[in-house]
Design a protein around this ligand. Sequence first.
Ligand code: MSP
Length: 619
Amino acid sequence: MKFYLTTPIYYVNGKPHLGHAYTTVIGDVISRFKRLKGYDVFYLTGTDEHGGKIEKAARSMGKTPKELADEMVPYFKDLWRALNIECDFFIRTTMDFHEKRVAEIFEKLKDKGYIYKGSYSGWYCYNCEAYIPDDAEEVDGVKICPDCGGKGEFITEENYFFRLSAFQKPLLDFYKNNPDFVKPKSMMNKVVSFVEAGLRDLSVTRTTINWGIRVPSDPKHVIYVWFDALFNYVTALRDEFEKWWPADLHIIGKDIIIFHAVYWPAFLMALGYELPRTILSHGWWLVDRRKMSKHLGNVLDPHILIKTFGADAVRYFLLRETPIGQDGNFSHEGFLERYNADLANELGNIVSRTTNMAVKYFQGNLPAPGPITDAERRMEEEWKKVEEETDRAFENYEFSKGLARLWGYLRRINKYLVETEPWRTGAKEPARTSRILLTCFKALNASLKFIIPVMPEAGEKIKRALSSPGEYTWEAYDEKRKIEIPELLFPRVDKKEFFKEEIMEEKPKEEKNYVTIEEFFKMGLKVGKIVDVKPAPNADKLYLLKVDMGDHQRNLVAGLRKYYSPEELLGKKIVVVTNLKPAKIRGHESQGMLLAADVDGKPYLLIVPDEVPPGSQVR
Ligand code: MSP
């Protein structure tokens, strides 16, 4: 009973957005669901840090690729923490063991003759790290990447190739024998058509890129980032490969299906490894009907939603709103409506109503329940059906369907309460009231099997309020358990308030302290170049800087020592406030001030492009 599942490893050229959160939430829900069923689970996620895309992004920010990766990784880890995602390992492709193992595997495939040397000319998309097909659209003689719409670059290089063409038949045979290899079915069909159309050998090294794993026997070649990245699923297991391989599930977005369902199994076949059992391909979250992506600049920061609604609500929404495989169009309005309807009004309300009655009438200790009537019998029968169907849906990764079914049953509990009216029997008819409340608690306890994986925080609160036995079945729950009223699970969020506070923030707020343009021009702002950096002898936070202002030099005292090394500062061009009254800081005169952005107390220097000469006016 082992279950090994993975997310794609995320590129570190930007911060994670709701699209990345989606894949990782799906994995976490599956992982928790399987754990509850008694599986030994290994859940892997991580970051994809090599390749031209990262190299380019880092260069444009004046950093090394490794610096960029080191800076970005905490954003991913923070978001996973904020979403209550628990992974068993977070792999970074710059980790030593990964680099070493990928190089070994490459050499092994080369020795076996599956990798050979050739040469390639063609259009390449650095954004997608892939060659652009010959039949792609051309604008002004430049091929346009069909995936991201970016401009291609024409390159010619000596490459190593992987003999992908040799795997057409084995792959087609494999798909035939494993028709559920890719879910949903529509994606499996797409994969089969792709392979049937013929496979060309795949270029698996680059000489135009520096940032990556070098081929040990031919170090001017850097291993193609996708070859490097896909093998994370193997290398991350380290000395537990035998225990976990093959992967039971790779969760991916539909944009990377060919890499996972064609190239990856072919690499594994060449190595003689077993193939993964299932690839689950999900659709995209769109904003204004376009894929949310860093490239398009329309990304949604999940932290805003988490702050207002909580991690549970974000997890629930992502799974409930759209069936996996289809695209979902995100809107704040849709989110808010679903939150209020399903969580505040439905689940939250049932839990609060029933536990309140149990405490009000019986101080949380249900008395001996009266006889079971037809109404209770129907509730139990219906639950058995719902449980079976929801379980089947979850096992099939059809969360939207499963949750819709479960919520149908929650509405049924509300109807049962309206029919049986426990508030009328109350403490006067304790046996009957107890039977009704017990029936609701049995249903809620059994629902935890599905609620806990999707909404771990709310699930735990309900579990505690019911003092659930930890076995989430109808039978396991009885009247001997102490009931408490949990804190409000899902407070209603007012639409007007939400849009005012969270969303409208994007519009400029009314400024209170306007300055006139004349006042602004009184500021002396000029570009200066840092030509000398010394730690202040008597203050461990300060640097003494010498800045070339074009026609003279100035001394500045800056509290940057915790954040920048002298090498990072030296030669940088910055903005200096030149007409600030000189001040003595720890005995050193500072003849001005430099400008930096403040991010939670951490300064980020405003760096001026290199071509701007010192002394230039800033306005
Ligand atoms: N680094 C590669 C994966 C290598 S796996 C061996 C990569 N990284 S990515 O950061 O661009 O994307 C990672 C995942 O996020 C993909 O599964 C992708 O589909 C998903 N998403 C990125 N944007 C998305 C949306 N707007 N909506 C849903 N998921 C999307 O590809």
